[in-house]
Design a protein around this ligand. Structure first.
Ligand code: ZN
Length: 514
């Protein structure tokens, strides 16, 4: 979920992303969520086919279960709630007596759990983020980029700014309508069938309508990418990519909401199993992403035998990071942008480079892979997934807490009512948008640490800077993002910031400053 504009590719996603965020599947720390990965360059996951919908970025990632949402006194709906959940306090005082006092008690319990889990999540993120790396000088684009390169970057930024913000505004307006008006509930009320069929149909219909509204923006962004030579796609494959991406997100959303509604129909304290389920689903989706979802969008082949592969595997060996292979993704089917990323963890962990990158000089490719080795060595995807899973669990509890006020506005009294799906989707979108600046703040530091790792491993700041320049120029990165763009979209430090850090590293290590 989240559009990245620091690379061309990112902007591409911006268009797509719109959808992503509404379905809210991609939120969560981008380094972790569904399909997420950590890339060298600002994206890696954002595009619908690139590895994640991190976009929505994805993956950002992965809070399938509920970006945040809310719901309140959930138990008192017209739907039947058969039994209490067994949770803290479940037996105490006859929770089954229900009534207002029981509801208030359940709400307080969920509130306490939310505060505790929120503290744990913030603590894990705060302690696992490398806040202080090395002090660098101020970024200075004019030192490393020509006036023409800077002008082109500014022109591209100017062209994509409007569609990006429009996409964001539309996401917010739609989410607002779903959360603050009965429009979503009325839509689902027209649908017929058992509750589970109405949940699925509700997700499909609302997703389709949202995507229809956003389609012109997506076409606009794709047109810009072609104008600037970043997209290599024709409209047919572009539409197929988009449909696949929407399909995957809608399927995951259906699964999430079916479980959520089923739990709410069965348990008064449904937030307990919902939080556990959200946590588990985030972990599972991130784990299987490289083998289940990524192949829907790209072909991955082991890097061809040769000096490059030998050199990369030797570097991994030297680094103490066990890597069986480096995979090459056929990214050139849709983009000219350069990138690489790590996704999965444990048995599914893989380092992937775009085939577009293979045309770069070998020392630059080695620098890119050295950065990815930094992510692998620190298990950044695993930590990101864990934080994303905690956030998803927290989102499930917040949904329970907030649904009360929302229910009055949308005219649906319980999460167990299929007519609530629109409101839940809206809350998930809002939640992931709120989380996005915090995710970016964390990932920018994690990316800087991977850069430092690449410098330590290669001892070659000159090539590092060449690589950053090459990536920035090819991907038409934003060389001086304004504050709002930086906070909202920048998952990576800007290229001039990364270059400044390489110079600081050189000074610190007594290497000639390039
Ligand atoms: Zn990275």
């Amino acid at each position: 979920m989240s559009e990245r504009r620091d690379t061309g590719e990112a902007a591409q996603e911006a268009g797509e992303e719109v959808g992503g965020s509404v379905t809210a599947l991609g939120s969560g720390p981008r380094t972790g969520g569904a399909g997420s990965g950590v890339s060298v360059n600002g994206d890696g996951q954002e595009r619908p086919g690139d590895g994640r919908s991190d976009e929505g970025g994805g993956s950002t990632s992965g809070q399938e279960a509920s970006g945040q949402a809310g719901s309140g006194s959930g138990a008192s709906g017209p739907e039947a709630f058969g039994q209490e959940a067994s949770g803290p306090g479940a037996g105490r005082g006859g929770g089954s007596r229900g009534g207002e006092a029981g509801e208030r008690r359940r709400w307080r319990q969920a509130g306490v759990a939310a505060v505790l889990l929120g503290l744990v999540t913030v603590a894990v993120a705060a302690f696992s983020t490398p806040w202080h790396l090395i002090a660098s000088g101020p970024p200075d684009p004019a030192r490393d980029f020509t006036a023409a390169q800077i002008a082109r970057s500014e022109a591209f930024d100017a062209a994509t700014t409007l569609p990006s913000y429009l996409a964001l505004a539309i996401s917010l307006v739609i989410a607002g309508l779903l959360v603050a008006t009965p429009v979503g509930a009325k839509l689902v009320a027209w649908l017929r069938g058992p509750w589970w069929a109405r949940v699925i149909l509700g997700v499909v219909v609302i997703t389709a309508l949202i995507q229809l509204v956003k389609l012109p923006l997506a076409i606009w962004v794709e047109t810009l990418l072609r104008d600037y030579g970043l997209s290599t796609q024709q409209w047919g494959p572009w539409a197929a990519d988009r449909l696949k991406n929407i399909g995957v997100e809608a399927a995951l959303l259906c699964l999430t909401l079916l479980v959520l509604v089923a739990l709410a129909r069965r348990f008064r304290r449904w937030w307990i199993p919902a939080a556990a389920g959200a946590f588990a689903l985030t972990i599972v989706v991130s784990f299987v992403y490289p083998v289940v979802f990524a192949p829907l969008f790209n072909d991955f082949t082991p890097m061809r035998q040769g000096p490059l592969r030998t050199s990369l595997l030797a570097m991994a060996e030297r680094d103490g990071v066990p890597v069986e292979d480096v995979l090459v993704a056929d990214a050139s089917r849709r983009t000219t942008a350069l990138n690489a990323y790590v996704s999965g963890f444990g048995a599914t962990r893989r380092i992937v480079v775009y085939d577009t990158l293979l045309k770069a000089p070998q020392p630059q490719i080695e620098l890119v892979v050295a950065h990815e080795l930094g992510h692998a060595k620190r298990d950044d995807v695993l930590y990101g997934t864990f934080i994303g899973a905690l956030s998803a669990a927290l989102g499930a509890i917040l949904l329970f807490l907030i649904f009360g006020p929302v229910s009055r506005r949308v005219g649906v009294t319980s999460i167990g009512d299929p007519r609530a799906v629109g409101a839940i989707m809206g809350l998930m979108t809002i939640g992931s948008l709120i989380m996005s600046p915090a995710e970016n703040l964390v990932t920018r530091h994690i990316e800087a640490r991977a850069d430092l790792h690449a410098l330590d491993l290669t001892q070659d700041p000159a090539t590092f800077i060449e690589m950053q320049k090459h990536l920035a120029v090819t991907n038409i990165s934003d060389l001086s993002p304004d504050a709002v763009e930086y906070v909202l979209y920048a998952s990576h430090p800007s290229s001039p910031e990364r270059i400044a850090m390489a110079r600081a590293w050189a000074e610190l290590n007594g290497v000639p400053v390039p």
